[in-house]
Design a protein around this ligand. Structure first.
Ligand SMILES: Cc1cc2nc3c(=O)[nH]c(=O)nc-3n(C[C@H](O)[C@H](O)[C@H](O)COP(=O)(O)OP(=O)(O)OC[C@H]3O[C@@H](n4cnc5c(N)ncnc54)[C@H](O)[C@@H]3O)c2cc1C
Ligand code: SF4
Length: 472
C-alpha cells in the first residue's frame, strides 16, 4: 500500500458504552479495539522516517516501530518495544493526553484524524495482560538479576514511584515502597475513576512489581510513621526516592465555602474511587445530591462531574472561568461528559456559596477574556452586574491541587522552593540532600502520568549510578 492509499483508510473509532447506559454504572466507557480494528488502524500509519510522533511523546516511544510490528501481528514484540520506554502501556493508552502529544504532531492528522496511537498502545497493553502466561511473552517481570545488596526506599506509589521501583528492582536492588494510604497506585487509584481507568489494570501493573521482588508497605506516612533519617540511618536504605504527588486541594477562599455539601474534588473523588462510595457493599458516606455544581476545567473537574452524574444527580453544572478551547481537560473527557448530559457554563466564576448550614446554591458572575497574562493565556475578567445564581445542594471545587504542607517533613532537609515543590537537579532529579531523589507532581512536573513516569525513569538511572559509586 502506498501513502495515498493508507491516507484513505478510515479512522477506527473506539467502541464505547452508550451514554444512556454508562450514566448508570461505573464500568469502563471505552471498550478497546478488536484485533481487526487494531490492524486496520495500524495500517493508517505512514511509517514516517522522521516520525514527529516520537518527538511528541514525553518518553520517546518508538511509535512507528511498535506499529510496524503490530501490523505483522507480532504483538509480543510490539508490546516489548513500548516497554523499553514505558512500563505501563495499558495505563498510558487509556489516560495519556495523546491529542496534545504524539497524535498532535502525527502527519496523518494534518489532513484528517491522526493515527490512534493511544488506542493501539492500549490494545497492546491489554494483549500483554491477557497473554502474560504465554511462552515467549515478557511483561517486564521475567528478568531476575543478581542482587546488588543495595536497598532503596521509594516513598509514595503513584506512577513516578512505581516506575522507579520497577526499574531499580530489575537492576537487582532491594526496593521497598512506603505508601501513606491503604491501597497503592496514587492518583491512578484514588483520583481517576473506574470508568476511565479500571482499578484492576493498575493492580495488575503493581502485581508485576511484586514479581521482581518489590515490597509494598501501605499505611506508612513517611515524615510521621517513619522519617527519611530513620530509613537511611537505622534501616540501612542507601537511597530514597520521594514521589509524594501534590494532593492538597486548593480552595477559592469565597464566603460560604465551609457550608455542608461543599467538597474539594480530592475528597469527593477519594470517597467515590478509593472508598467505593458508589457501591452498595461499602458503607462510605457520600452526599447523593440532586443538583451539583462543579468548579474547574481540568481532568479533575470532568472526573468529579461524571462521578456525580453516575451517583444519580438530576443536574450537574460545570462552571469554568475561561471558554471551552482553553479547558485543560482531555478532549475525549469533555466529549464524554457532554454526551452524559453535563451542563457547561463557560466564562463563569463563583462569587459566593449560598445557604444556612447546607449549601443551597452558588452565586456566579459572567466573565470575558481580556489581555494575555504572564502564562500567555487571556485573562478572564468579571463582567460587572452579570451575577446570577445556580441552585445546588452540592458543590465540588476542582481548581487544582498543591504539594501537601507535610512535604517538608517527608523531605527531611531536602530544599523546597517557594511553591512547596522539592528542588531537584534537572538531569538526575537528585534533591539537595545526598542520596535523596524526587520526581512527579511534587517537583512541579507537567501533572501527567507519563511525565511522572519519565521522571521515574530518569531518577532510577541516577539512583543506580549513585549506588554504583558508593563503597560498600
Ligand atoms: C482526578 C485526576 C485526574 C487525572 N487525570 C489524568 C489523566 O487523565 N491523564 C494524565 O496523564 N494525568 C491525569 N492526572 C494527573 C496525574 O494523575 C498525576 O500527574 C500523577 O498521578 C502524578 O504522579 P506522582 O507519581 O507524582 O504521584 P501521585 O499519583 O500523586 O501519588 C503520590 C502518592 O504518594 C503518597 N504519599 C504522599 N505523601 C506521602 C508520605 N509522606 N508518605 C507516604 N506516601 C505518601 C500519596 O498517598 C499518593 O499515593 C489526573 C489527576 C487527578 C487528580
Ligand atoms: S507521525 Fe503518524 S503516520 Fe508518521 S510514523 Fe508517527 S504515527 Fe505513523
Amino acid at each position: 500500500m502506498d501513502a495515498k492509499e493508507r491516507m484513505h483508510i478510515p479512522y477506527q473509532e473506539m467502541p464505547e458504552q452508550p451514554a444512556s447506559e454508562r450514566v448508570h454504572n461505573f464500568d469502563e466507557v471505552n471498550q478497546g479495539y478488536s484485533e481487526q480494528q487494531a490492524l486496520a488502524e495500524a495500517d493508517r500509519c505512514l511509517q514516517c522516517k522522521k516520525a514527529p510522533c516520537r518527538e511528541g511523546c514525553p518518553v520517546n516511544i518508538d511509535i512507528p516501530g511498535f506499529i510496524a510490528m503490530l501490523r505483522e501481528k507480532k504483538f509480543a514484540e510490539a508490546a516489548a518495544k513500548i516497554h523499553k520506554d514505558n512500563s505501563f502501556p495499558a495505563i498510558c493508552g487509556r489516560v495519556c493526553p495523546q491529542e496534545r502529544q504524539c497524535q498532535a504532531v502525527c502527519v496523518v492528522g494534518k489532513k484528517g484524524e491522526a493515527v490512534g496511537i493511544g488506542h493501539l498502545e492500549r490494545f497492546l497493553g491489554d494483549w500483554l495482560m491477557a497473554h502474560e502466561d504465554d511462552e515467549g511473552v515478557h511483561t517486564g517481570s521475567a528478568q531476575q538479576p543478581a542482587p546488588t545488596g543495595r536497598k532503596v526506599a521509594v516513598v509514595g506509589s503513584g506512577p513516578s514511584s512505581l516506575t522507579v521501583a520497577g526499574e531499580l528492582a530489575r537492576k537487582g536492588h532491594e526496593v521497598t515502597i512506603f505508601e501513606a494510604l491503604h491501597t497503592p497506585g496514587g492518583v491512578m487509584v484514588f483520583g481517576i475513576p473506574q470508568f476511565r481507568l479500571p482499578k484492576e489494570i493498575v493492580a495488575w501493573e503493581i502485581g508485576q512489581l511484586a514479581h521482581v521482588g518489590v515490597e509494598i508497605r501501605t499505611n506508612m506516612v513517611i515524615g510521621k510513621t517513619l522519617t527519611v533519617d530513620q530509613l537511611m540511618e537505622a534501616q540501612g536504605y542507601d537511597a530514597v526516592f520521594l514521589g509524594l504527588g501534590a494532593g492538597s486541594p486548593i480552595f477559592m477562599g469565597l464566603p460560604g465555602e465551609n457550608l455542608r455539601g461543599v467538597y474539594s474534588a480530592n475528597e469527593f473523588l477519594t470517597r467515590v474511587n478509593l472508598m467505593h462510595a458508589y457501591r452498595d457493599d461499602y458503607d462510605t458516606p457520600i452526599r447523593k445530591a440532586r443538583r451539583v455544581a462543579v468548579v474547574g476545567g481540568g481532568n479533575t473537574a470532568m472526573d468529579a462531574s461524571r462521578c456525580a452524574i453516575r451517583l444519580g444527580a438530576e443536574q450537574v453544572t460545570l462552571v469554568y472561568r475561561r471558554s471551552r478551547v482553553e479547558m485543560p481537560a482531555r478532549i475525549e473527557e469533555i466529549r464524554h461528559a457532554e454526551e452524559e448530559g453535563l451542563n457547561f457554563q463557560f466564562l463563569t466564576n463563583p462569587v459566593r456559596f449560598l445557604g444556612k448550614e447546607d449549601v443551597e446554591g452558588m452565586e456566579c458572575i459572567r466573565m470575558e477574556l481580556g489581555e494575555p497574562g504572564r502564562d500567555g493565556r487571556r485573562r478572564p475578567q468579571p463582567i460587572e452586574g452579570s451575577e446570577f445564581v445556580i441552585e445546588a445542594d452540592q458543590v465540588i471545587i476542582a481548581i487544582g491541587a498543591r504539594v501537601s504542607p507535610l512535604a517538608p517533613l517527608a523531605a527531611a532537609g531536602a530544599q523546597l522552593d517557594d511553591r512547596g515543590h522539592i528542588i531537584t537537579d534537572p538531569e538526575t532529579l537528585a534533591t539537595t540532600r545526598p542520596g535523596v531523589f524526587a520526581g512527579g507532581d511534587v517537583i512541579g512536573s507537567e501533572e501527567t502520568i507519563i511525565a511522572a513516569m519519565r521522571d521515574g525513569r530518569k531518577a532510577a538511572r541516577a539512583i543506580d549510578q549513585y549506588l554504583s559509586t558508593r563503597s560498600s
